[in-house]
Design a protein around this ligand. Structure first.
Ligand SMILES: [Zn+2]
Length: 483
């Protein structure tokens, strides 16, 4: 970051040489590019300071995680969360309009596995394998299934073995999450590289006749924790094994034949009606123009979904709470959304996109926080250079909290990402996510993983950006449509 500050300095000294020329694709903001009305800057500073001293978001995360609990799509807790968030936003005085979403209803069952045959096995013993079913996994027979394990390091390696070596076997995709990449601050890139096997591995393995699919957990904690997550329905049992157990399977299969006994009894029940919770603080001048501030309300079922993503919902809710607390009403409509089913199929954002397609021209911007609750560094997203330049004074307001970066990565969090194709500028919180994937989708995603100070900083960043977008005299321009 120091380098960038020096660049800012230098570029100013060299008579405002545009930053894009110095760091293409990295920094787009030029501090002197835009001036916002003094009153708006004052309000942004008040909102920032109020967020830093508020415990509103913390209380919301606490209730969602400790009182309501895990909120998997289709579960009674997901429904309770819909009612709670709708009720709370209504109490704040927002216009609450829950919108129906048809969601999958997959329920975890029993899950256990042991190796029943392997090189060097001590007579009369087996070896436990720590695993957890992936979302949409099919069940084994109640007594389980027994199959030889084949370990591969990718889709090509599996296809190279062909049906002859895969049919009737349990395939393990043993692709490591790159923890050094995560430790260096590129956690989402590390996740993106590894998660493809969880999403599509089971389906591809089933095509070659595999009877079960195992995937090395996508995450970097070394506490023998399995990480669940979405997998495309494949019609075969599919589970994530703890990274330690993936190593064990890889080592033993190198020595000889390894046979696993696997019991998974999840069920896929009929789809259910659920809701995106949508609540508007109508704009004073342009109520038809919308700024979305959001997080996703559903979570995986192993933990209580604190960092993924009660935190995101809570800071979005706090945006409305602080506007009410300070008596502020922006020119445009602030729309708080608690998305449903981000985790197990994304039916929530798909439904919104389909139903609001004609109104997207009036969506000025969409923000989602869904990378945890670590210290915020600023924003990533997909937006034009003119938008970045118009937001430079906003970054300045956030500089004292450390959240001053505005980096166009060309993508965004899952629920707002589809809007990129309609030209809507989208933003996500850029956070310190170095440990996010230690807990992501595990039983350890619980309230204690959130530092209240970090959460307050996140709320400050979100409320300042959202309010600025909703109250700037001119809306930021839409992005050029992708080709
Ligand atoms: Zn999430």
């Amino acid at each position: 970051m120091k380098l960038r500050q020096i660049a800012v300095w230098l570029s100013m000294a060299l008579l405002a040489l545009p930053l894009e020329m110095a760091f293409p694709g990295e920094a787009q903001t030029s501090p002197s590019a835009t001036v916002l009305p003094t009153e708006l800057v004052g309000n942004l500073e008040k909102l920032r300071d109020a967020a830093l001293t508020s415990d509103y978001a913390w209380r919301q995360v606490s209730h969602l995680t400790e009182n309501i609990g895990p909120r998997l799509s289709g579960s009674p807790q997901a429904q309770a969360a819909v009612e709670y968030v709708g009720g709370e936003l209504g109490r704040l005085g927002l216009e609450v309009k829950p919108e129906k979403v048809l969601v999958p209803h997959w329920v975890r069952g029993e899950e256990r596995a042991e190796l029943v045959s392997y090189p060097g096995q001590v007579g009369g013993t087996t070896q436990k394998i720590v695993l957890t079913a992936l979302g949409n996994s099919a069940g084994t027979p109640e007594s389980g299934l027994t199959a030889e394990v084949v370990v591969v390091d990718g889709l090509d390696a599996m296809r190279a073995l062909g049906r002859e070596r895969i049919a009737g076997r349990a395939v393990l995709f043993n692709v490591k999450f790159d923890s050094r990449m995560a430790a260096a601050g590129r956690a989402s890139a590390a996740y993106g590289d590894a998660v493809v096997y969880r999403r599509t591995g089971p389906k591809e393995a089933a095509k070659l006749g595999a009877v079960a699919c195992l995937v090395r957990s996508v995450g970097n904690a070394d506490y023998r924790l399995p990480h669940t997550g979405y997998s495309a329905p494949a019609g075969i049992p599919a589970a994530a094994v703890a990274s330690e157990d993936a190593d064990l399977l890889a080592d033993l299969t190198r020595q000889g034949r390894v046979v696993i006994h696997l019991v998974l009894t999840p069920e896929t029940l009929p789809q259910q009606t659920s809701y995106n919770v949508i609540a508007d603080l109508p704009g004073s001048e342009h109520p038809e123009q919308i700024v979305i501030v959001s997080g996703h309300l559903d979570s995986w079922d192993l933990g209580t979904g604190a960092i993924d993503d009660a935190a995101g919902v809570a800071v979005a809710m706090e945006t409305a709470a602080l506007c009410k607390q300070l008596g502020l009403r922006p020119r445009r409509t602030l729309r708080v959304i608690a998305w449903m089913d981000e985790e197990n199929g994304e039916s929530g954002n798909q439904t919104y996109f389909a139903e609001h397609k004609d109104a997207l021209a009036d969506h000025v911007a969409a923000i989602e926080s869904d990378s945890g609750a670590g210290h915020p560094l600023g924003f990533t997203g997909s937006f034009s250079e003119q938008a970045a330049s118009a937001l430079a004074p906003v970054s300045k307001v956030l500089a004292p909290t450390g959240a001053s970066l505005m980096v166009n990565t060309g993508d965004a969090e899952a629920d707002v990402d589809p809007m990129i194709e309609a030209g809507v500028p989208v933003f996500g919180l850029m956070q310190d996510a170095r440990t996010y994937f230690n807990y992501h989708h595990t039983a350890a995603d619980t309230l204690d993983k959130i530092d209240p100070r970090d959460l307050a900083e996140n709320a400050a960043a979100i409320v300042v950006l959202a309010y600025a977008l909703a109250d700037m005299p001119q809306p930021i321009p839409h992005s050029p449509l992708p080709k």
